[in-house]
Design a protein around this ligand. Structure first.
Ligand code: GLU
Length: 548
């Protein structure tokens, strides 16, 4: 055992450059002046080269809870794992989240509790490591990877838990002289926690999402500072969150098993405990099995997928709120006009079973969202998307602004609002029937098989004879009915169902001929409105051309 004096001497030898104490740190980062209920939360990603959709999910929880309590939402970049770091990774996260409308009150360039980049906080961690060594709750460990491997093998032979703990933790009680010898020889070392936990002892813990859970105490002497002087996650988390005044740590479930470690490190640092909420990560169904959304297997795990295709970002957030609190969909139905930010997200209502991400459901939410927008708003969204992804589309939209808005306004008024736009990329599909060059490129859908060849010509001729741009929808349709009845395509569906062989088909077939002749497609928005937007000239020209 080392004496008190030896431990302070050791601390000084290990960290000679560190002059400040934990007390100084708390003077530098004073307690925040908070009203009761105000939350200080943080999103703490590691820059790994892309923005995972799960990061959008988690940071949305942070942002909402901070806003709902008039609190603070911090962005902290956890860049201490230099091997995993990718250039430009930080901007990708900040800009990506900002494109989703998720912004931070304190971030790498603003705030009084920084630096917000962990790699710039090295000395802060050392202040606490030094203090811990001097209090003998942490110590230098010189075990080489080979030695650690030997310990593990021995543990496996003995059939006990593997890890650096208890009697296996060879350096925890090393003499001052032994340690000095290693330091003098310039041997690499790490700083480890000196755990006092007992694995046989259980304790209860309340998670703000998961509720009450039971854990075994930690007894592992975990690494706090790596040999490069940078902290492990286990060490950085309590220090950063405490000094930044965070009072609720929201992070994915993968960290949940580390609770015993973190609680012990908080205690050994003499910090007050902070509340935790561990939401489930985004999962996906794969061949009947639930699994985590994976960057390798799922293109949609990378948020860029949604930007590239132009999914409405707000709709994605709304879908996430839906996954988090299932009452969101009822709220949305009752409050179609409100912003999603008016919904009160509740940790208690989180679905504990998991967060299932379903692309079809997301697309439905997108459709509903776009259906709530005006044609002008849809135009603006598509335009902004195109500015990033397709300059030709931008030009087309600029030169034909009013026409495009008219196209987007089809079936956007009245009770039956169109729900055929999921994402801004669908603009191509929307516009293609209205622009001749795009229309030329389309493949023509097959005509209904029951339509006789000569009837196609007759239908078109008869329609052109009576076509009047000013017709109301009712008049327009009654003219089509008349054509049908004359040629044997009935509008009496009852009669048709009773005796189908008496008719060539139904009036719908007549409309289908006109639809395909005009648009080449078998599915379009309301045909009468399509004709109105196309205009008399184009309608007549296309119908005539079709006959040739
Ligand atoms: N950097 C950690 C991660 O990306 C953060 C976990 C946390 O939020 O504390 O998993």
């Amino acid at each position: 055992m080392r004496s008190k004096e030896e431990n302070s001497k050791l601390a000084q030898l290990l960290f000679p450059e560190i002059k400040e104490t934990p007390k100084d740190m708390f003077v530098k980062y004073p307690r925040r002046d908070l009203q009761s209920g105000q939350l200080v939360v943080r999103f703490a990603p590691s820059p790994t080269g892309y923005l995972h959709l799960g990061s959008v999910y988690t940071s949305l929880i942070d942002r909402r809870l901070a806003d709902q309590t008039n609190g603070v939402c911090i962005l902290r970049i956890e860049d201490t794992d230099k091997r995993r770091e990718v250039e430009g990774g930080v901007d990708l996260i900040i800009n990506g989240l900002s494109d989703f409308g998720i912004k931070f009150d304190e971030s790498i360039n603003s705030g009084n509790y920084g630096p917000y980049l962990q790699s710039e906080r090295e000395d802060i961690y050392k202040v606490f490591a030094k203090d811990m060594v001097s209090r003998d709750v942490a110590y230098p460990c010189f075990a080489s990877p080979d030695e650690l491997d030997d310990i593990r093998k021995k543990q496996e032979e003995l059939g006990v838990r593997t890890g650096y703990y208890g009697n296996f933790a060879k350096w925890r009680d090393a003499s001052f002289e032994d340690i000095m010898k290693q330091l003098d020889s310039g041997k690499e070392f790490v700083i480890r926690l000196r755990s006092t936990g007992n694995f046989e002892e259980k304790f209860e813990f309340d998670d703000k999402i998961k509720g009450r859970c039971t854990f075994s105490e930690n007894d592992m002497d975990l690494v706090l500072l790596k040999s490069d002087g940078l902290p492990t996650y286990h060490f950085a988390h309590p220090i950063d969150d405490t000094l930044m005044g965070v009072n609720l740590v929201i992070r994915t479930t993968e960290w949940f098993p580390s609770i015993p470690i973190h609680l012990e490190i908080f205690e050994k640092l003499q910090f007050e405990q902070i509340d935790y909420a561990h939401p489930s990560p985004l999962m996906k169904m794969d061949n009947g099995n639930k699994r985590k959304l994976s960057k390798r297997k799922d293109p949609e795990a990378d948020a860029r997928y949604f930007f590239n295709h132009g999914y409405p970002t707000v709709a994605i957030l709304e879908y996430f709120l839906n996954i988090m609190n299932s009452n969101f969909s009822d709220w949305r139905r009752e409050n179609p006009e409100k912003e999603y930010t008016e919904f009160e997200l509740k940790l208690k209502k989180f679905n504990r079973a998991g967060a299932l991400f379903d692309m079809t459901k997301l697309e439905n939410v997108c459709k509903e969202y776009v259906a709530r927008l005006s044609a002008q708003e849809v135009y603006d969204h598509i335009f902004r998307w195109a500015q990033k992804y397709d300059s030709e589309l931008v030009k087309r939209m600029e030169e034909n602004r009013e026409y495009c808005i008219k196209i987007l306004n089809i079936e956007r008024e009245g009770d039956q609002i169109r729900k055929d736009i999921v994402k801004w990329e669908d603009a191509y599909d929307q516009f293609s029937i209205f622009f001749d060059d795009m229309y030329e490129e389309l493949d023509r859908a097959a005509l209904p098989e029951n339509i006789e060849k000569e009837d196609v010509k007759k239908i078109i001729d008869m329609f052109l004879d009576t076509y009047d741009m000013g017709d109301s929808t009712d008049v327009w349709f009654s003219k089509i009915k008349d054509i049908g009845n004359e040629l044997g395509y009935t509008s009496d569906y009852k009669a048709f169902n009773a005796n189908p062989e008496e008719f060539k088909g139904k009036v719908g077939d007549v409309a289908m001929v006109l639809r395909i002749a005009l648009t080449k497609k078998s599915k379009t928005p309301d045909l009468h409105q399509v004709m109105r937007v196309l205009g008399k000239e184009k309608v007549e020209e296309r119908l005539r051309k079709f006959m040739i």
